[in-house]
Ligand binder design. Structure first.
Ligand code: CP
Ligand code: NVA
Length: 308
């Protein structure tokens, strides 16, 4: 039976911890698993640009002995040159898996529905599950235990925020979310996260006051104010997010050893000040490195039947 990772709803709580454990193994044994994907071909079907996701998947697949094919917007032209259904059925005849980066999450769902191979979401408008798994791994690496810790997500209630909500609520991390009015996370995703949080005793707190969200937290996390595909909203968004730039005032309210996280790419002096992102509390490049290790673990988990 094929396994997909379209969103973190596809993984149970024990499976998330399994991926975290596997990531630790993969990271500490960098030359291990060299033949795990031997004879397997995986394509990256990307409609948007990428640095981290593309490079870390390509390198990771090669390190696991697999063959990786990058198919950018001009090659496949998903849903324009050919329907998502036909692309999916065709690629299923050649490949063992697809990492998809699309504008619409529904296109990733359609890829999954019409394929016999594993589909991994490499970012859609709704979710970024590989990022969130990496983030909780990176957080655990710094602080040891996850349950009962608090992460403040300050900024846009976007794809990165949604996946963090699902991840944190499942593993028991409290989450404070501060957005400007009108930029809150999706109500349905919040409901799903709240149901998980009820089981793990994680607390979810929403506010429009970014400083209040930083009180006593272990992590301050932010993302860009204008995501890919929202370029025409740039002017309005830059104005609506005034007061949400993470700077030292936020860290004065957080725990003294709090860390700063950002999925990257970042805009210095927009959503985060230079002193914070380039300061000692920032772990953004550890996060970026951990994309490689976590995604190797995700592929091993999905493809090699390592699911426990
Ligand atoms: N964080 C992240 O997904 O980066 P890229 O858009 O560069 O892949
Ligand atoms: N929210 C951002 C994340 C980029 C990794 C975007 O979708 O552009």
């Amino acid at each position: 039976m094929k396994r997909d990772l379209l969103s973190l709803q596809d993984l149970t709580r024990p499976e998330i911890f399994r991926v975290l454990d596997l990531t630790e193994k993969v990271k500490s044994d960098r030359s291990g698993y060299q033949t795990a994907l031997q004879g397997k071909s995986i394509a990256l079907v990307f409609q948007k640009p990428s640095n981290r996701t593309r490079v870390s998947f390509e390198v990771g697949i090669n390190q696991l002995g697999g063959n990786c094919i990058y198919l950018g917007p001009t090659e496949i032209n998903l849903g324009v040159r050919e329907s998502v259904e036909d692309v999916s059925k065709t690629l299923s005849r050649y490949l063992d898996g697809i990492i998809a980066r699309t504008f619409y999450h529904q296109d990733i769902v359609e890829l999954s529905k019409n394929s016999s191979i594993s589909i991994v979401n490499g970012l859609s408008d709704l979710y970024h599950p590989c990022q969130a798994l990496t983030d909780i791994f990176s957080f655990k690496e710094k602080v040891g235990t996850l349950e009962g810790r608090t992460l403040a997500y300050i900024g846009d209630g976007n794809n990165v925020c949604h996946s963090l909500l699902l991840a944190c609520s499942k593993v028991g991390i409290n989450m404070n979310i501060a957005t400007p009015p009108g930029y809150e996370p999706d109500v349905e995703i919040l409901k799903i996260a709240q149901a998980s949080a009820d089981l793990t005793n994680a607390k979810l707190f929403l506010t429009h006051d970014p400083l209040e969200a930083s009180d006593g937290v272990d992590v301050i996390y932010t993302d860009v104010w204008v995501s890919m595909g929202q370029e025409e909203e740039q002017k309005k968004r830059l104005s609506d997010f005034q007061g949400f730039q993470i700077n030292s005032n936020f860290f004065a309210r957080a725990n003294s050893n709090a860390i700063f996280m950002h999925c990257l790419p970042a805009h210095r002096d927009q959503e985060v000040s230079v002193e914070v992102i380039d300061g000692p509390q920032s772990i953004v490049f550890d996060q970026a490195e951990n994309r490689l290790h976590t995604q190797k673990a995700i592929l091993l988990f999905l493809m090699e039947g390592l699911s426990s």
